[in-house]
Design a protein around this ligand. Structure first.
Ligand SMILES: Cc1cc2nc3c(=O)[nH]c(=O)nc-3n(C[C@H](O)[C@H](O)[C@H](O)COP(=O)(O)OP(=O)(O)OC[C@H]3O[C@@H](n4cnc5c(N)ncnc54)[C@H](O)[C@@H]3O)c2cc1C
Length: 401
């Protein structure tokens, strides 16, 4: 772990968790990620006999899920441990790391409803349930996210998914896009959808929807370029009825809820893609020292060293910013959206650049599936669209300057 040499001041607990997470990433997560990436049919990634479930089981047995779900833990300690775990697991395979990270992410939203039955079913520490964030719609992507722009409150918007009050219930009708991570396998959706059409997307609500309810259907998952181990699946809601108590937020607080969610999501993505950059850098450094060309290792060429140094710099800078933002968020009532977006866009752009540089250092071998770096390039490319296209996130961040 050469790029971690600046890690000073880690507590014994942080050091131990880092070593444990690294071992798990190296021995379990990375080989599983390679195997899942090569499956032709994305349905096989989530088939009952998929290796994915064994990885999830070990993740929970090792206690990583528990660290994230522990509501009693000091927020800063939790953020530090969470960041260390995210980077290590994503170093192994970022798709699996994201999928596992969504286990229990719905917890704070479920608790916000105050519904005792829902809390008992979906927040019990001994029965880790899998969540998903269902925001993107087939006809609405960036426009559901850019809450700083006038279009967000335009009543002319025609949402694909709505909630309507009917007595003591809400009726959910419509569809969320195939881009919902864990969409095909989640137990519960944190559904962001339109409630009051007269306010456009700002008239939304946040609902907790158990995905075994009548009227929920989920077609086969999406086939995509990178992060192939991360399930992506659309969800149809055909007049799905939920108790009114399953609403976590109404239109009056929707925009602030979206901002908070987007900020935390961006901060998390920032930490994860440090792991991807570091994986690409580690592979490239090792290869440059092994690969003999023209009678000497290519590492001896100045241009190769200089490229590696730029990669190294990006890994260090992305980590420093991601951790600083996570520490701020843990100690503040509201996350700072512009800093979260800065961390996400910097980290994901860097991951793509570092992975591309790694392919260059591998030469022709970098393009083949026999070597690990083409997968990292594909995984990193998806991150520039995930949780908001980077350029649109810049519009939101810019509005806050
Ligand atoms: C790996 C992955 C995981 C994801 N996980 C989830 C998830 O868990 N839950 C979920 O709900 N969604 C998820 N998404 C969806 C993601 O948030 C959306 O893809 C993203 O918000 C962009 O929406 P879109 O794909 O519809 O692109 P569009 O909004 O159609 O954008 C297409 C292009 O047009 C540009 N554009 C759009 N509007 C404007 C504008 N106003 N001004 C200038 N340019 C504009 C964009 O920058 C982009 O280049 C995921 C996506 C990926 C790739």
């Amino acid at each position: 772990m050469a790029t971690n040499d600046l890690e000073v001041g880690l507590s014994d607990e942080e050091q131990a968790i880092r070593e444990m997470a690294h071992k798990f990433a190296e021995e379990v997560v990375r080989p599983a990620g390679i195997e899942l990436d090569r499956l032709v049919d994305p349905a096989d990634v989530i088939a009952p006999d998929s290796i994915l479930w064994d990885v999830f089981k070990q993740y929970h047995e090792l206690g990583f899920g528990g660290v994230r779900r522990d509501t009693e833990m000091d927020a800063l300690r939790q953020a530090r441990l969470g960041g260390i775990i995210s980077e290590e697991l994503a170093w192994g395979d970022v798709g699996i790391a994201i999928s596992m990270g969504l286990s229990g992410f719905h917890g704070p939203w479920v608790e916000r409803t105050g519904d005792a039955e829902l809390i008992e079913r979906f927040c019990a520490p001994d029965s880790p349930t899998l969540g998903c964030w269902a925001l993107t719609e087939p006809n609405h992507g960036s426009d559901t996210v850019v809450f700083t722009e006038p279009s967000f409150s335009d009543p002319a918007q025609k949402p694909d998914c709505t909630a309507t009050r009917d007595g003591d219930e809400y009726v959910i009708r419509g569809q969320k896009a195939a881009w919902v991570s864990n969409g095909s396998i989640a137990d519960i959706a944190v559904l962001f959808c339109t409630l009051d059409r007269s306010q456009g997307f700002s008239g939304g609500g946040v609902f907790l929807v158990p995905l075994d309810l009548p009227g929920v259907t989920r077609p086969p998952p999406l086939d995509k370029l990178g992060q192939r181990s991360l399930n992506q699946g659309e969800i149809y809601f055909d007049d799905v009825r939920i108790p009114a108590s399953y609403m976590a937020l109404g239109p009056e607080a929707y925009s602030i809820g979206l901002e908070t969610m987007l900020a935390h999501g961006n901060a998390a993505i920032a930490q994860l893609f440090v792991g991807v950059s570091r994986a690409a850098y580690d592979h490239a450094l090792a290869y440059a020292k092994e690969r003999v060309q023209g009678g000497r290792p290519i590492f001896e060429h100045q241009s190769v060293r200089s490229r590696l140094f730029k990669m190294f710099t990006k890994v260090e800078a992305a980590r420093a910013l991601a951790r600083r933002v996570a520490a701020y968020n843990a100690q503040s009532p509201m996350p700072s959206i512009q800093h979260c977006i800065a961390a996400k866009t910097f980290s994901t752009n860097s991951a793509f650049e570092v992975a591309s540089d790694a392919v260059q250092i591998f030469g022709g071998n970098g393009l083949t599936r026999e070597y690990p770096v083409e997968k990292l390039l594909r995984d990193a490319r998806a991150s520039m669209i995930e949780d908001g296209c980077n350029e649109l996130l810049g519009v939101i961040g810019g509005a806050r300057l």
